[in-house]
Design a protein around this ligand. Structure first.
Ligand SMILES: [Zn+2]
Length: 131
């Protein structure tokens, strides 16, 4: 699969690193793949804006997920936004975390900070969703 640059800082492949995700994406029916690509691209653009404000690299730890992989993750919900590319988990350098948390209070969509392993979840669902 040829990689695709989505924004100045994000490539498509960064959102396809979860187990089975790249194959899953590649083998989706073309119309669904197009929608998933649009979802990932929209999220990447939103994350690029965050990255630009924070001025620090963002490392995607989990983007698109297969149903099978999502099902075995502790605490993951069955209708996860990871399943259609709207959601991603990511980490940043410790020194930027507080600034990021303040900024993300205004995130439109779903946002949660996981203090246990210090990762962020953001997604582009409609409305402002927190848990
Ligand atoms: Zn997540």
């Amino acid at each position: 699969m040829s990689d695709e640059q989505l924004t100045a800082s994000f490539n498509l492949s960064e959102f396809l690193t979860s187990p089975g995700a790249a194959y899953y994406y590649q083998t989706l029916p073309i119309n669904i793949q197009h929608q998933v690509f649009t979802n990932i691209s929209n999220l990447a653009h939103r994350l690029q804006a965050v990255r630009d404000i924070l001025a620090c690299p963002i490392t995607i730890t989990s983007g698109l997920r297969t149903k099978e992989h999502n099902a075995v993750l502790h605490g993951a919900v069955s209708d996860s936004t990871h399943l259609d590319g709207r959601g991603a988990d990511w980490v940043i350098s410790e020194e930027y975390i507080n600034k990021a948390r303040v900024l993300l209070n205004n995130w439109s969509g779903g946002y949660h900070w996981y203090p246990e392993d210090r990762h962020f979840h953001t997604d582009t669902r409609d409305g402002k969703f927190r848990w």
